[in-house]
Design a protein around this ligand. Structure first.
Ligand SMILES: [Zn+2]
Length: 417
């Protein structure tokens, strides 16, 4: 759909940083969008078509970050959730911060709690309500959680930064891998702010780096359950006072590019469904599919071989090459069934339910599909019934496999059949 391709391209243009050659053109195209133009440029057309203000969206830098977070941060992930729970239980780091980002009921929030001296109660907790899910992503919230963690350490435990071991826990593995990766993606400005703070507040010669560790979510680890609750409170609307937040978080955050892409994905789904429902072809498929995603078909097509999948498509699209079908298209002289030679027209109905030649195969089919009766629509709605139907078609040997295109291994299997 051209519309979706254009919107995707425009979102990408909105994410260009200020030093990009097109940044000014994109910003001006939006601020002038109400001015009538007889010959708008492609970018001006896009700005008129999609109501996204490039001045309020986040920018994704093209260049590598100036300060490298891996100078200050180690990351630790685990192969299984049990390993992560066990590590947390045995962790004897005195200073720990638990962080979480949460998206619920359409809103996004983040929180971090600082624990000192292995205490069970946090000495301080910070919350930030980011806004709606249409403008912010939970991934962004998880990164805000990490930023809040560093801010807590700087403001409440600045004297041990870089001098003692510190653990930060998050339940998000993509955040862990993003922290020390050099590539640039969404929510990158939050990572840059963490790096800037580290550069400023860590001592010149540090003896210990901060370790960001993965802890599996919903793991019954008390401190992690507690921060999960605090992040949910933040998504409901709780934010710490401005003076307790790092500078970046004191003003509303820019609109997230991932959130805009999510909206686009939703809109594209709705639009394609609309187009499809207006199509005359939908009438046929509506009998055995609930919507445009064709789940019934994909569920079964993934588990059957190519020969059966081809047969299934032919049955679903009403192009099953029985004699009645071929005769109607003037490919063969007669529509009579050549399997039983009793003079009946070889329709799909005759082939499936009436032809005496295939009575034994049909007994097997009926055993499975009794619930669907003779209704092809009901059979195609049901996965087990559809598989039995395809088995019937294969067992009647009415349609030979195409051995020309089969691989040697497949040909050997066909001969065994
Ligand atoms: Zn027949």
């Amino acid at each position: 759909m051209l519309w979706a391709v254009c919107k995707r391209a425009y979102i990408r243009l909105c994410s260009l940083p200020a030093d990009h050659i097109l940044h000014k053109t994109v910003t001006e195209a939006y601020s002038d969008k109400d001015r009538p133009l007889s010959h708008p440029t492609p970018i001006e057309k896009l700005a008129r078509l999609f109501n996204i203000n490039p001045s309020t969206t986040e920018k994704i830098p093209a260049l590598k970050a100036v300060s490298n977070l891996s100078n200050f941060v180690d990351t630790l992930s685990f192969p299984t959730r049990e390993d992560s729970i066990e590590h947390e239980r045995q962790d004897d780091t005195g200073t720990r911060v638990y962080t979480d980002g949460s998206g619920q009921d359409g809103y996004v929030g983040a929180a971090a709690s600082l624990y000192l001296d292995n205490d069970h109660q946090p000495v301080a907790t910070r919350h930030l309500h980011l806004g709606t899910m249409d403008q912010h992503s939970t991934y962004e919230a998880e990164l805000v959680g990490i930023l809040l963690a560093f801010w807590l350490l700087i403001t409440e435990a600045g004297h041990i930064l870089g001098r003692q071991p510190i653990s930060i826990y998050t339940d998000n593995q993509s955040v862990i891998s993003a922290l020390t990766s050099g590539s640039r993606g969404p929510a990158e400005y939050i990572k840059d702010e963490i790096a800037r703070l580290c550069d400023k507040y860590f001592p010149r010669h540090l003896t210990h780096r901060v370790t960001v560790k993965w802890i599996s979510a919903h793991s019954e680890v008390p401190r992690n359950e507690k921060i999960d609750f605090e992040a949910k409170q933040a998504s409901l609307g709780i934010s710490s006072d401005r003076q307790h937040l790092p500078r970046l978080l004191r003003a509303p955050l820019p609109t997230s590019i991932s959130a805009l892409r999510q909206i686009l994905k939703r809109e594209t789904g709705v639009k394609s469904e609309e187009i499809w429902r207006q199509s005359p072809r939908w009438e046929r498929f509506a009998n055995f599919e609930d919507n445009y995603s064709f789940r019934n078909f994909h569920d079964i097509a993934d588990s059957i071989d190519r020969h059966k999948a081809t047969l299934l498509v032919k049955i679903r699209t009403d192009h099953f090459p029985l004699n009645a079908y071929l005769h109607k298209r003037k490919i063969i002289p007669s529509n009579a069934c050549t399997s039983c030679n009793e003079g009946s027209r070889e329709s799909l109905r005759h082939y499936l339910w009436e032809c005496p030649k295939f009575a034994s195969q049909r007994t097997k089919l009926r055993e499975v599909t009794s619930g669907s009766g003779d209704s092809l629509e009901l059979i195609l709605k049901n996965r087990a019934h559809t598989e039995a139907l395809l088995d019937y078609v294969v067992n009647t040997k009415r349609f030979a496999r195409n051995t020309q295109t089969a691989t040697p291994l497949q040909r050997a299997r066909i001969r065994e059949d």
